[in-house]
Design a protein around this ligand. Structure first.
Ligand SMILES: C[S@@+](CC[C@H](N)C(=O)[O-])C[C@H]1O[C@@H](n2cnc3c(N)ncnc32)[C@H](O)[C@@H]1O
Length: 343
């Protein structure tokens, strides 16, 4: 490795861990909207079903004051959001939903949760407002080289293996997909690895990173490519110097990395939209499956499987698991991490 990219990894940096055996709600799951079951189905293990009450309507006393949703309103929101995105708020995350939706109420000078629900449900407003609702209900936490052992496996095993296989193939293209890319740190990390170790070395292969998210706000941030110290804290200094320009307290991503990454909006829950991705060799679908209930997970993971080329790899988050979701993949172990291979 020329850049010392994974020196920290090699020295066994505390905190780096394997997917295997990790708790389902590990370090990344705190305060996140937990997803449960489909509205029409039985109770999930992490959220009880709610019984609609007869009082439909919840009024906040004044703007800015703490608003509370009654049960029926909560259920109406939960089902609406689930239908639109696959994101499922269990009852124990009601407070979280209240806080987030109240931001949209404030934006529209509304004081009643039901008024807003009616507003967003109207075909006239839905398209535009849904986007804003997604912005407030999604959690976008991410940073460069977030789960280092995964990037280590990508660099040292997965890409060399794929390249070797592509040498004899008529289509010399390698496509990596960051399936819920947030503000771009994950796909740009992939691009950094490609640029640093593979692009110049294998000129006959076309490398590409595709990156998607349901939130247009984070996609705009990703396209802007401007980051703070927190986001770049794991980037090795030599790569920071090479692939970022410092501007005051900001770090601006290099054009050569931008050229490798193509961002677009996509709802992972929308099977038709997923087909527009085409096929890819590697998928990073990290720290997003935790938002889905078991049935949505199954559906999304099947869609991901369909998008993968034969011999392709799927990576998921540190605290996520496909246990009970699918047996379609072969589990492949790497140092301190694992991947799911399509054979
Ligand atoms: C916690 S971030 C993970 C970012 C990055 N993958 C990582 O691991 O650092 C989760 C992202 O998933 C996105 N997301 C949530 N539901 C989604 C959906 N149905 N389709 C696409 N993206 C979704 C959110 O907008 C958010 O940016």
């Amino acid at each position: 490795m020329s850049s010392g990219l994974f020196d920290k990894f090699k020295s066994g940096k505390p905190g780096a861990g394997a997917n295997k055996g990790a708790s389902k709600f590990g370090k990344d799951s705190a305060a996140k909207p937990t997803l449960g079951t489909r509205p029409t189905q039985a109770t999930s293990s992490f959220g009880s079903r709610t019984t609609p009450t007869s009082t439909f309507g919840t009024r906040a006393s004044s703007l800015g004051a703490k608003r509370e949703m009654n049960e029926a309103t909560f259920v109406a929101y939960r089902d609406f959001i689930y239908k639109q995105s696959g994101i499922y708020f269990t009852e124990n995350k009601k407070y979280l939903l209240e806080g987030r939706v109240s931001k949209r109420l404030e934006a529209h000078n509304m004081t009643d949760y039901n008024e807003y629900l009616q507003f967003i449900s109207s075909p006239l407003n839905m398209r535009k407002e849904l986007q804003s609702l997604f912005e407030v209900i999604t959690i976008n936490e991410t940073y460069f080289f977030r789960n280092e052992p995964q990037f280590h496996a990508l660099q040292n095993v997965i890409l060399p293996e794929l390249i070797q296989k592509k040498q004899s193939s008529p289509i010399k293209k390698i496509r990596l997909w960051s399936a819920a890319c947030s503000s771009g740190e994950e796909p740009y990390t992939m691009a950094m690895i490609l640029k640093e170790h593979f692009v110049a070395k294998y000129p006959s292969i076309r490398f590409e990173v595709v990156a998607n998210d349901i939130s247009t706000a984070v996609l705009n941030k990703a396209r802007a490519g401007v980051y703070n110290d927190y986001a770049v804290r794991n980037v090795p200094p030599d790569l920071k110097a090479k692939y970022f320009k410092k501007d005051g307290d900001k770090w601006i991503i290099a054009q050569e990395l931008r050229n490798l990454v193509r961002f677009s909006h996509l709802n992972l829950y929308d099977g038709n939209a997923l087909r527009t991705i085409g096929t890819v060799d590697v998928i990073f679908c990290c720290n997003v499956l935790i938002y889905f209930d078991q049935d949505s997970k199954k559906q999304v993971v099947q869609n991901l499987f369909d998008r993968l080329e034969k011999n392709g790899f799927l990576m998921i988050g540190y605290s996520e698991s496909l246990h009970g979701i699918t047996k379609a993949f072969k589990l492949v172990h790497f140092p301190k991490t694992l991947a799911y291979k399509k054979e």
